[in-house]
Design a protein around this ligand. Structure first.
Ligand code: AMP
Length: 211
């Protein structure tokens, strides 16, 4: 089963992807992580992507779609799509790509969360550069300050999580990504992600997927 985790920046898509992959047989496709890997390796794609990511806007569709198409050549079953598709054009393209290999996006889990919670989550987020797990400086602290629980790497803040970039990212989400809620209405599961621990949200997702 292929699942899209849909939600605003800071809604917990990365954390829920982590749970779904650790506790089940899923593969995590995060286009944001793929771009950041390319940025770290200073590839041509990375240089291009950085110029968009640092402005809080989307990397052009043709670049992003091509990267996903490459990824799907090796992994097209039990994929958790995190951060892709991010607009209706990408959603149509993904349907085409999956159709062409007799696969589909089976369901879309929408993490519904209030705007007021998002900014706090984003600016307090630190991530492990090695395993990509994310932590919250107050609510989901690592066991040892500033070190990843799993590989002891120094945790880092994302450049685009700085407060001055966040409002543009939320605007981009509201204008371009939110219309996907309607686009996917026939396969949408809405999960209330407010005021809940990540593990509780995860349990709600698993329950909803059983139905
Ligand atoms: P994320 O890690 O999902 O928050 O993504 C970080 C940034 O990468 C976004 O703000 C975009 O600039 C870029 N990005 C990630 N996924 C996509 C996508 N599907 N389409 C275009 N840009 C993307």
């Amino acid at each position: 089963m292929n699942i899209l985790l849909l939600g605003a920046p800071g809604s917990g898509k990365g954390t829920q992807s982590e749970f779904l992959c650790e506790k089940n047989n899923y593969i995590h496709l995060s286009t944001g992580d793929l771009f950041r890997k390319n940025i770290g390796n200073e590839t041509e794609l990375g240089v291009l992507a950085k110029s968009y990511i640092n402005k809080g806007i989307l990397v052009p569709d043709e670049v992003t779609n091509k990267m996903v198409e490459e990824y799907l050549k090796d992994n097209s079953d039990n994929v958790i799509f995190d951060g892709y598709p991010r607009n209706v054009e990408q959603a149509k393209e993904l349907d085409k790509m999956l159709n062409s290999i007799n696969k589909m996006l089976n369901c879309v889990v929408y993490l519904d969360i209030d705007d007021s919670v998002l900014i706090d989550r984003i600016v307090n987020r630190v991530v492990c550069p090695v395993c990509k797990r994310s932590y919250h400086l107050i609510n989901r602290k690592p066991k040892v300050a500033n070190k990843c629980d799993f590989d002891n790497a120094d945790l880092q803040s994302r450049e685009d999580d700085k407060l001055d970039k966040v409002s543009k990212r939320l605007e981009t989400y509201n204008n371009q990504t939110k219309p996907l809620i309607d686009f996917y209405k026939d396969r949408l599961i809405k999960i209330n992600a407010n005021n809940k621990k990540p593990i509780e949200v995860y349990k709600d997702i698993i329950e909803a997927l059983k139905k």
